[in-house]
Design a protein around this ligand. Structure first.
Ligand code: HEM
Length: 399
């Protein structure tokens, strides 16, 4: 059987890739099902990617990332990581660990936060000046998810800035750059101290919020005290960064198609399909990682235990067999196949319903209120892992 050395080599560092990654990924996928890059093995073919995301022989890529790639030092941050969901492979422990969060943040569970989310979105959008250029990332995209987290942990809203800033820093683990490790560890450390304080405070004053629900789960013996703490850190870690970028991406993609922006403003029942198509055409997640738990054969290649493997979401989203004319933004695309922006299976994103709700509520309000919203300037950058918005300046009432 062929080995990793026989794989074609692809790269993600060219200017062309940064400018238009999706046609490039689609082109790679037309040529090869599997390839290799500097970071590991790249699955380009849609069927191979989808199967690998749920393949029981592929586990979490986190331990390798934290320890081998980033060289995270021993200490309480690495200890937290080791106890968190991200270090657990498939099996009963992972299923049990996910259970309370699936319950509280699942499709039905997170509906109870809808009024809070609506209130947060309205308050934040209304505060922004409408007749001059604003930095939307600072004024809207960051404050929305981080303020929602404040509701979850019953914190004053002025904690949102800390939550957003530390979430952006810790998510830099995905740059796979060890030069970022010291900052990442410091931000995790600050988050962990913060969560200790929030848990102590919520124990004193329990309420109708996520942190109190998790405390009640711990008190009922459904999760351990350590799981409670680790989960609240995990949720603050994952909360802001991806959602903020996703709100910004949705704004850019929808406003830059004026006919779509006008349609969804007049009929906000179209917002969920518009957001869905945004996540398909320019997903925040361009790939998701796995690690071979044992020797495994994929696409005719033998991949040894320990190989880092990346399912390419960007290539799958621009595969014309599944999404005809993938470069076209279409509100009438069939719902299936579902996009992969949130991964899938036992590792799927636990924040996907709340993140989608936050993006939808923001877009619905802004399209309704600001039909003449005008983009002054924006920038995208694309790594092998993410679409990121580097800057976004708009005039809300651009009439
Ligand atoms: C638009 C925003 C978001 C995107 C694009 C996103 C994307 C992802 C992706 C691709 C994964 C890996 C899935 C896989 O490998 O199969 C993931 C995992 C995860 N996400 Fe998100 N995420 C977002 C927002 C959130 C939010 C708001 C939270 C929490 C409040 C969150 C919590 C998590 C957790 C806990 C995991 C790990 C799940 C596990 O290992 O079992 N995410 N996310």
């Amino acid at each position: 059987m062929k080995t990793i050395d026989d794989l074609p080599v692809i790269g993600f560092s060219s200017e062309d890739y940064d400018r238009q990654p999706f046609p490039i990924l689609a082109d790679y996928a037309r040529r090869w099902k599997v390839a290799r890059s500097e970071r590991g093995v790249e699955l380009l073919d849609t069927r191979t990617s989808r199967k690998s995301i749920v393949n029981p022989r592929l586990g979490t890529g986190h331990p390798k990332l934290m320890e081998d790639v980033l060289g995270m030092p021993e200490g309480r941050v690495l200890e937290y990581k080791r106890n968190s969901i991200s270090y657990h492979n498939r099996g009963e422990t992972r299923r049990k660990l996910r259970k309370p969060v699936v319950q509280f943040l699942g499709e039905d569970g997170c509906e109870r936060f809808r009024n809070d989310v609506r209130h947060v979105v309205r308050t934040i959008v209304e505060k922004a000046p409408a007749d001059e250029p604003i930095d939307v990332i600072k004024a809207i995209c960051d404050p929305i998810p981080s303020s929602v987290y404040c509701y979850w942990v019953d914190a004053p809203l002025d904690h949102a800035e800390f939550i957003a800033r530390t979430s952006h820093t810790v998510q830099q683990v995905h740059t796979r750059n060890p030069e970022r490790t010291a900052d990442v560890v410091a931000a995790f450390d600050a988050m962990m101290t913060y969560i200790e304080e929030r848990i102590a405070e919520a124990r004193e004053n329990p309420g109708d919020n996520l942190i109190s629900d998790m405390i009640r789960s711990a008190d009922a013996g459904e999760i351990s005290e350590s799981d409670l703490y680790v989960w609240m850190v995990k949720l603050v870690e994952a909360n802001t960064d991806n959602t903020s970028h996703q709100i910004a991406i949705a704004l850019i993609e929808l406003v830059s198609r004026p006919e779509v922006w006008a349609r969804i403003g007049k009929d906000t029942s179209l917002v969920p399909v518009a957001v869905n198509e945004t996540m398909r055409i320019r997903p925040r997640s361009i790939s998701t990682s796995r690690c071979a738990i044992e020797d495994v054969e994929i696409g005719g290649y033998l991949l040894p235990k320990g190989t880092s493997i990346f399912a390419n979401i960007g290539a799958a989203h621009w595969d014309p067999e599944f999404y005809p004319e993938p470069e076209k933004f279409r509100l009438d695309r069939p719902e299936r196949p579902a996009h992969l922006n949130f991964g899938g299976g036992m590792f799927s994103c636990l924040g996907r319903f709340t993140a989608t709700m936050e993006v939808e509520e923001t877009i619905a309000l802004m399209a309704r209120r600001f039909p003449d919203l005008r983009i002054v300037d924006f920038g995208y950058t694309h790594s092998p892992m993410f679409t990121s918005v580097t800057n976004l300046s708009v005039v809300l009432d651009g009439s």
